[in-house]
Design a binder for this molecule. Structure first.
Ligand code: FES
Length: 116
């Protein structure tokens, strides 16, 4: 069980198709895919077959799934809570990055990882 409250996606969010653009470390586009609004980003990246850190199996404590996320539309990603911020700090990751396993997506985004 997760130690934070996730906001339940609205019916409108669930009905949306979200475009996720994937950049490698150098900033080159390596993939683009669509996912249903409200989906957990880490789960979808794994389903897509992209490698992503997962030492804690997506419970938000290892920091391995950290990504840089750019919102194409405002409020495209769930708000970073204290738990996520603490995990980033404890694992010496930039606090302006996000943990994919703790993010739900509701609008188009660009993601970039230093290991792609
Ligand atoms: S998989 Fe461990 S923090 Fe996301």
């Amino acid at each position: 069980m997760r130690s934070f409250m996730e906001k339940i996606p609205t019916k409108e969010t669930l009905a949306k198709l979200i475009t996720v653009t994937v950049l490698n470390k150098a900033g080159n586009k390596i993939d683009e895919f669509q996912m249903r609004g409200g989906t957990n980003l880490w789960v979808f990246i794994r389903k897509r077959g992209l490698p992503i850190g997962s030492a804690c199996s997506g419970v938000g404590v290892c920091g391995a799934c950290h990504l840089k996320v750019t919102e194409i539309t405002p409020q495209s990603i769930s708000i970073q809570n204290e738990f996520e911020k603490e995990t980033l700090i404890k694992n010496q990751k930039p606090t302006d990055e996000r943990l994919a396993c703790l993010c739900r997506i509701s609008g188009d985004i660009i993601i970039q990882a230093d290991y792609w």
